[in-house]
Write a protein that binds this ligand. Structure first.
Ligand code: URA
Length: 435
């Protein structure tokens, strides 16, 4: 078998066999298929799609490219959550400790930033010393001992996805249902959680632009998860404007920790409480949403959620002083505001534009392996539906480079649309699949 023939087959819209998919993934993982061939193949998949059978075969080939954990040896039931990627989506950082504090172990493998969307691992690295590359054994030990573990894509778990994810990030091949579904589900299956809550983002700042595409992605992932014996649901959540206020690694970490203390934007709080509730329901600890929300709220109010986050940071070697005193987090040299040029109501706060501007400031990567700047990013000060006064601050830009700062300020002027009639606030959720 030759990689080039498999690329040509997909280019010509043919269906790949399990043997061909296995060959491609095994050899890419081993390094005998180079990045340029894998990029060409990924682009062919993006353009021509895959059947459900191909997506399942691809998911299982990537899951099997490394160790497959069985978390039953560590805990009775472990839950996981995964977002398909958005702007300002720091939910894991708040929700994982809240759920773990309620007594439900959370073992999660997270990603780095992808395209204009941020990644949990990059955000966690704003904490000096925080280890994101745990081995399989460390993952299991920590889950057993602390009931919470957040690791990056290790060399041991779904390494094929680790490589492909980084390649897709810089080759314009993120936005594909087969590639996203297999990427997410291979990690989830390899990491061995028994129950998984998927957060499928939809809108201008998400990889799925329409509700129909998002629903399709959610259905494929729920069905792959169930075929592999997991309890899975998918929440469809809007991503036309950033979630919460902060965009950028240290800024988002700060907002996530503040929410563990009960302080922060309403949309982010709603999102966290609901995702926590769904995780608690799937894990069998809550019977319904109100009960789950009540449990998560208690974990905020009694400080046990923050204590769990602290325990996580200590367990993974992070400097806990920066979360005890958030002023110690990395800070940008320049902080300047973008002001409203006229008054009215905000009808658009463009998440994609904000996400791309944040990447351009240095919060994300433009090329594989680029170093990111933890301190830079954007604080969004306006939400769709808000009344806006002329001269009001719309964004606060945190930058380390004066040229990038000016470019970001120019760009962000176009990220908000202000109209002269009231605008309805968008919903926080579009629905749930699989419950
Ligand atoms: N999250 C993932 O893990 N993979 C993707 O492809 C997109 C979002």
């Amino acid at each position: 078998m030759r990689a080039v023939d498999i690329i040509i087959k997909k280019r010509d819209k043919e269906v790949l066999s399990k043997a061909e998919i296995d060959f491609l993934i095994e050899n890419y993982t081993r390094g005998t298929i180079p990045d340029y061939q894998m990029s060409a193949w990924a682009m062919a998949v993006l353009l021509n799609g895959m059947t459900d059978q191909e997506i399942t075969d691809l998911t299982m080939a990537m899951a099997r490219s490394g160790d497959m954990l069985d978390l039953s040896q560590a805990v009775d039931i472990a839950v996981d959550k995964h977002s398909t990627g958005g702007v300002g989506d720091k939910t894991t950082l708040t929700v994982a400790p809240l759920v773990a504090a309620c007594g439900l172990p959370v073992g999660k493998m997270s990603g780095r930033g992808l395209g204009f969307s941020g990644g949990t691992i990059d955000k966690l690295e704003a904490i000096p010393g925080f280890q994101v590359d745990l081995s399989t054994q460390q993952f299991i030990n920590q889950l057993k001992e602390h009931g919470i573990v957040l690791t990056g894509q290790s060399a041991d778990l779904a390494p094929a996805d680790g490589k492909l994810y980084a390649l897709r990030d810089v080759t314009g091949t993120v936005q594909s249902i087969p590639l996203i579904a297999s990427s997410v589900m291979s990690k989830k299956i390899a990491a061995g959680a028994h129950a998984i809550v998927l957060d499928v983002k939809v809108g201008q700042g998400a990889f799925m632009r329409t509700l129909e595409e998002a629903r399709q992605l959610a259905e494929v992932m729920v069905s792959i998860g169930r075929l592999s014996g997991r309890r899975v649901i998918a929440v469809l959540s809007p991503m036309d404007q950033p979630l919460g206020n902060a965009v950028g690694n240290a800024l988002e970490l700060k907002e996530a920790v503040e929410m563990l203390h009960g302080v922060g934007p309403e949309d982010y709080r709603y999102h966290c409480l609901h995702l926590a509730a769904y995780m608690l329901i799937l894990g069998g600890l809550a019977k319904d949403i109100p009960e789950g929300i009540g449990m998560a709220e208690r974990a905020i109010n009694d400080g046990s959620g923050f204590a769990k986050f602290r325990e996580l940071v200590l367990a993974q070697g992070g400097d806990v002083r920066v979360i005890d005193d958030l002023k110690r987090l990395p800070k940008a040299a320049f902080v300047e505001s973008v002001y409203a040029e006229n008054g009215g109501w905000a009808s658009v706060v463009d998440a994609k534009e904000v996400g791309e501007t944040s990447v351009a400031l240095g919060a994300g990567r433009e090329q594989k392996g680029d170093l990111i700047d933890q301190a830079v990013g954007i604080i969004v000060k306006v939400k769709v539906g808000d009344a806006v006064d002329k001269g009001q601050v719309l964004f606060e830009v945190h930058a380390n480079d004066p040229r990038k700062l000016q470019q970001a300020k120019e760009r962000l002027k176009n990220a908000v649309k202000i109209v002269n009639r009231p605008v309805e606030k968008p919903p926080y959720f579009h629905g749930v699949i699989g419950i």
